[in-house]
Each structure stands twice: as structure tokens, then as C-alpha cells.
Design a protein around this ligand. Structure first.
Ligand SMILES: Cc1cc2nc3c(=O)[nH]c(=O)nc-3n(C[C@H](O)[C@H](O)[C@H](O)COP(=O)(O)O)c2cc1C
Length: 188
């Protein structure tokens, strides 16, 4: 029997009422049997400064340790100015350093996005895919999840109400778990 797949999830938004944080919490609820999602909040990660690479802030140490311990990564992010929010890119930059201590090395990854716009964060996701290439991560390609016009997909309490999005999240997590197990078997 395959052992439990541990997934680390984080959001590219610090906002309390973040739609993307809701997507993460929904994912933790919809995760298939045999897998578990731990959510990490990027709040408190300072701006990256290469002068601090040898005396890394505690919050960054904690982030890197959790990434290392995880079998797979889940990112839920908004799109800021047609790209990756600074908060997310900053956290990724920290966790990829100091060279060659890239915590993301060889990790399976999936992403999803919610935005108030009509493309649902698609441009941020394609920029993020580019970053995965340098990090040597292994993204799942399908399904893609873009929650468009976010205010219409969440209720007044902030819960996700869109059944299509829920179904896609379920499918994406199934694909991530299968992909993670396949990569593990290939590595032996
Ligand atoms: C600095 C900034 C830039 C933004 N740029 C975009 C954008 O390029 N495309 C888009 O669809 N929404 C954009 N938005 C709107 C976000 O989609 C919206 O604020 C969303 O709720 C953020 O995600 P969150 O709810 O997880 O915090 C931007 C918002 C901010 C604050």
C-alpha cells in the first residue's frame, strides 16, 4: 500500500479574506483519502536580502523545513499586475536559496488561482510555470483551475459556492497524488 502523501499548501495573498486562502482550505477538505494538506501562511517572511542568506530568518527556516518534509506542493495565488504577487515570489526566492540549497528541488507541484478578473489569474500561473522550470519542480498540467470573477463564486461568509471549481479542485488533487506516487515509484 502507498504511504500517505503529505502536501504543503500556501497562498500568494496575505489578505485575511483572501479568495485564494479559501481555495486552499477547500482543497484541504477535498483532498483524496491517503493524502493530507498542511497550510502554511507566508505572513512574516521578510523581503529577500542576499546578505542574510547565511543567517536565514526563523520563519524562512520553518518554511524551508516544511517544503523539504512535504511530498508535494500546492500553491493558490492571485494575479497581481498580470504576474506573480511579490509576496509569493519573495517566499519562493527565499526557499530556493542559498544556492544550491533549493528546497523545491524535484518536488511535484500544482497551482490554482482566483482573481476578480475575467482570466482568473491565468497570467500569474503561466509566469509561475516558468519559475518551476528553474526550480526543477514537476508540475501537473491538467486540470487548470482559474476561478474567474471571484466575488460571484464565494458567498458572503467567504465560502466557495462554485461546484465546477470544487470538482476541478478534487480532480487536481487526485492528479497530484497519482503524479507524486508515480514519481516516487520511478525513483525507487
Ligand atoms: C496590486 C494588485 C494588482 C492586481 N492585479 C490584477 C491582475 O493583474 N489581474 C487580475 O485578474 N486581478 C488583479 N488584481 C485583483 C485581484 O484579483 C483581487 O484583489 C483578488 O481578490 C486577490 O486575491 P485574494 O482574494 O486571494 O487576496 C490585483 C489586485 C492587486 C491588489
Amino acid at each position: 500500500m502507498d504511504r500517505q502523501v503529505n502536501i504543503l499548501g500556501f497562498a500568494g495573498s496575505l489578505r485575511k479574506g483572501s479568495y485564494n486562502k479559501v481555495l486552499l482550505r477547500e482543497a484541504a477538505r477535498l483532498v483524496p483519502t491517503g493524502a493530507k494538506i498542511e497550510i502554511f501562511d507566508l505572513e512574516g517572511i521578510p523581503p529577500f536580502n542576499q546578505d542574510l542568506e547565511q543567517s536565514v530568518p526563523d520563519k524562512v527556516k520553518e518554511f524551508k523545513a516544511k517544503i523539504r518534509a512535504a511530498d508535494a506542493i500546492l500553491i493558490a495565488t492571485p494575479e497581481y499586475n498580470y504576474s506573480i504577487p511579490g509576496v509569493l515570489k519573495n517566499a519562493i526566492d527565499w526557499a530556493s536559496r542559498p544556492y544550491p540549497d533549493n528546497s523545491f528541488e524535484d518536488k511535484p507541484v500544482v497551482m490554482m488561482s482566483a482573481s476578480t478578473g475575467m482570466l482568473g489569474g491565468a497570467r500569474a500561473q503561466y509566469h509561475l510555470r516558468q519559475v518551476f522550470t528553474f526550480l526543477n519542480m514537476h508540475p501537473v498540467n491538467r486540470p487548470e483551475i482559474f476561478v474567474t470573477f471571484a466575488p460571484s463564486k464565494f458567498d458572503e461568509k467567504g465560502a466557495l459556492t462554485d461546484e465546477t471549481a470544487k470538482e476541478l479542485i478534487r480532480k487536481l488533487l487526485e492528479a497530484l497524488v497519482a503524479w507524486t506516487q508515480r514519481l516516487k515509484k520511478e525513483k525507487g
